[in-house]
Design a protein around this ligand. Sequence first.
Ligand code: DGL
Length: 277
Amino acid sequence: MQDIGRAQAPIGVFDSGVGGLTVAAEIMRQLPNERMVYFGDTARVPYGSKSKDTVIRFSRQIIRYLKTWNVKAIVVACNTASALALPEIQKELDIPIIGVIEPGAMVAAASTKNGKIGIIGTEGTINSHIHTRLIKEQNSSFEVTEKACPLFVPLVEEGLFLDTPVVDTIAGHYLDIMKEKDVDTLILGCTHYPFLRETIGKVMGDRVRLVNPAYETARALGNLLKEQGIASEESPHDKEKQYIFSVSDEVQKLYQFAKNRFPFPVENALQINIEEY
Ligand code: DGL
């Protein structure tokens, strides 16, 4: 049954920084009636090299913050937090929560032709081996090659992802193993990586399918909201309040980043002292 009151509440979306904007953009495209509160932990990025306990603590603080907006569901738009914190925090929540790992792993398993799948992500995500476990559950004969690419996140956070020689060299170095192993499907297992898609695509060549879990995550969210009877069926009347963007470091950096790289306007963003939550 449709719960009209809850349907009007926003979705909370969070990441360690600006990477989750790739997921936010997909949600905005696919679910245009939904409201959203985005939080990027720009003061504490990167999460990829932090311990599991720290990522869980940060995620709990962010969820407490998002709940002050009375969110109806949460999307963990960060692979590292999805790998390290989601299994723990979903037990503590009374609202639906989804991460980005399962949707990406499922689509990769369904699309490979030669059974050879690559996964790139942060050290935290790769060391959790969670993608490999999910893919092997689909078909135990699939061969999965994992590679942590710790320099990719700072390149994106610094806005350094256009066709520059330094990005080409780093991408070539990280992706060599994927070519050697002849993968035909490569999961961009970090929400920052779609910003490097052009370079990664150039290094891997046309034959390799790049999986951006953002698209599948937005689809999974849409299905979940419908199943739970909390999907918004009409466009919000106060359009200017439909999307709230918040970060833990200064907002100017977010504006600068979003200006050329995010397909929707980002205005009136909030700076939040997340340590208070
Ligand atoms: N964008 C995040 C992810 O998907 C994490 C990047 C980081 O903070 O290290 O894993």
